[in-house]
Design a protein around this ligand. Sequence first.
Ligand code: GRG
Length: 346
Amino acid sequence: MSLAAGPGRGRKAESKDLELVVDKHVAYVQALDTRRGELEYHLTEHLRISGIYWGLVALHLLGQPDALPRDGLIEYVLSCWCENGGFGAAPGHDAHILYTTSAVQILAMTDGFAELEAKNANRKRKIADFVAGLQQTDGTFAGDEWGERDTRFMACAFITLSLLGYMPAQRPNDNPVVNVDAAVSHIRACQNFDGAFGLTPGAESHSGQVFACLAALSIAGALDSTLPTSAKDRLGAWLSERQQPSGGLNGRPEKLVDVCYSWWVMSSMSMIGRLHWIDREKLVRFVLECQDPDEGGIADRPGDMVDVFHLCFGVAGLSLVRYEGLVEVDAAYCMPKHILDGVLGR
Ligand code: GRG
C-alpha cells in the first residue's frame, strides 16, 4: 500500500490514541545524513553502512523506498568496497562480515547488483570468496581477518551468500566451498537446556543469538530438521517469557525491555510459527510509546533518545505483527519480503 500522506499524518490509531507517525519517521531518516556537524555523526562512523541499512529497511517497510536517492546510496556502498572482497563500515575502513552483509542488503534493496559488477564482473564472486574464506574448520565464521567468532557471523554469511546466489544449493557447480553441514552442527551445539541459543556452545541464551541461529538455519534449509515441534515449543516458551508487564520484550531473563527485541524475539517466533504466543496489542502499544511523535525516530524505551537502529527494528517488529499499512518484512533477512521474492526467485 502506498503512503501518499500529508505532513505529520500517522497511521490509523491501533492502540487507543497512539499511532505510527509514518511521515515523521521518513523525515527523520532523510535528515540523518544532514547532521554532519554533530559529534554523534562522527562517533557513529564505525557503523555507518549498517546505519544506512537500518534507515533503508525502515523506509521500505514504511512504504517510502525511494525517500533516499538511489544513486547516492549505491555510490556510497561501492566506496566502502575493499580489495579483499569485503566491505568496511565507511570508506577506508577494514572489511568485516557485518558491514559486508549490510552492503549487500542495501544493494539488493536498491537493485544495485548491476552497478556492483559494472567495473569488475567478478565482484559478486569476490564477495562470496571473502565470506567463504572466513569459515573455520569447526563450521563457525570469523567476522574478519582477526578471527573473532560469533553465531551472528553465520547469519551474516548465509544472508550475504544467498543474496549473491552463492549458497551451495543455489550454485552447486561453482561454489566458494562453504560447509553448510558444519555450520548447522555448530548451531546445534549452541542450543541450551532452555531451548534457546547462545553466542558459543555453553554461553547464556540470548534472543539476539536465537535470531542469528534461526536465520542461518532457515536460509540453510535446516530449521525443521534441527527443531522438531517439541524443540520449537520449548524455544517458543522461553521467547514468550521475554514479554514483560509493560508489553515490551527483553533479550534474556532479568534484563530491561528494549524495542529492538520486538525484532529479535518476534522474528524468531515467526520463524518457528509461534508469533501468536506474544500479546500483540501490548507489544504494539509499547513500540508506539517509544516513538518521538514530533521529530520521528524510535528509542529503546519510552522517553529515551531515538536512533535509527531502534527505528528499524521497531518498525520491522510492527511489520511482523502486521501493523496496518506496513510492507511485509522477511523474518530471516530483515528486508522487505517482496524484494527477497525477486532476488531469490521464490
Ligand atoms: C540482518 C538484522 C540482521 C542481522 C544480521 C548482526 C546479526 C545478523 C544479528 C545480531 C543478533 C544480536 C546478537 C542482536 C542483539 C543485539 C543487542 C541489542 C545486544 C545487546 O546485548 P546486551 O547484553 O543487552 O548489551 P541486554 O539487553 O541483554 O542487557
